[in-house]
Design a protein. Structure first.
Length: 210
């Protein structure tokens, strides 16, 4: 990984390219992020930088974290994430990373937490087809139907797709395109949709499979 940022999803809109084509985009407030800590092979067993996003009042920080921020002379941050960069020597504790580390047209991966949808049926959760709505199926057209277990094996296999909790999980969308970068306001417009609600925290990194 060469670079990464923490940001906040603002919402969706659309922009126009040079030919007048409409591009649906998600706007993310990306940074500014402060480098809180550098992890080295000697001390931690691996190389990475710890990045913080969103200022936090000192009264809301517990003593261990106060010491952590004070040791590195960085203001307290709400969100902390690690990025295993290829070259951490060029980054120093206290450096500010802004949206301009990404360029228009660049391929990125976006990680976020999907919207929680509570308990959902098998149709909404797994895209099952409905049962026939005639010939005796009764008022159960949106049920899962037969689970396929007869006298042998006389049980339902583990991992069977059934109704249950949907959403509120970590989701990674790969190979999205940066449509526009507004460095002055720390905004990045990403082509397409990304996980999570408005105001949700997302992580932007360069694409692994570009």
């Amino acid at each position: 990984m060469k670079k990464g940022l923490i940001g906040k999803k603002i919402g969706m809109t659309q922009i126009f390219d040079e030919k007048g084509n409409v591009i649906p985009v998600t706007v993310v407030e990306a940074g500014p992020c402060a480098v809180v800590q550098k992890k080295t092979v000697e001390n931690d067993g691996y190389k990475a930088i710890q990045v913080g996003y969103g200022d936090l009042k000192a009264q809301y920080v517990n003593k261990p974290m106060k010491g952590h921020f004070a040791k590195n002379d960085v203001a307290p941050k709400k969100i902390l994430k690690e990025f295993r960069l290829d070259d951490i020597d060029s980054v120093n504790v206290g450096d500010i990373i802004k949206a301009d580390v990404f360029e228009t047209g660049e391929k990125i991966d976006v990680i976020g937490t999907s919207k929680g949808k509570g308990t959902a049926g098998s149709i909404k959760r797994w895209n099952f087809a409905r049962l026939k709505e005639s010939h005796g199926t009764g008022p159960v057209a949106r049920h899962a139907g037969s689970l396929g277990a007869c006298s042998d094996p006389s049980r339902v296999y583990k991992g069977k797709k059934l109704a249950g909790h949907l959403g509120a999980e970590r989701v990674t969308i790969q190979n999205l395109t940066v449509a526009k970068v507004d460095a002055e306001n720390n905004l990045i417009a990403i082509k397409g949709a990304i996980p999570g609600p408005k105001g949700g925290i997302v992580v932007i990194a360069d694409a692994k499979k570009a």
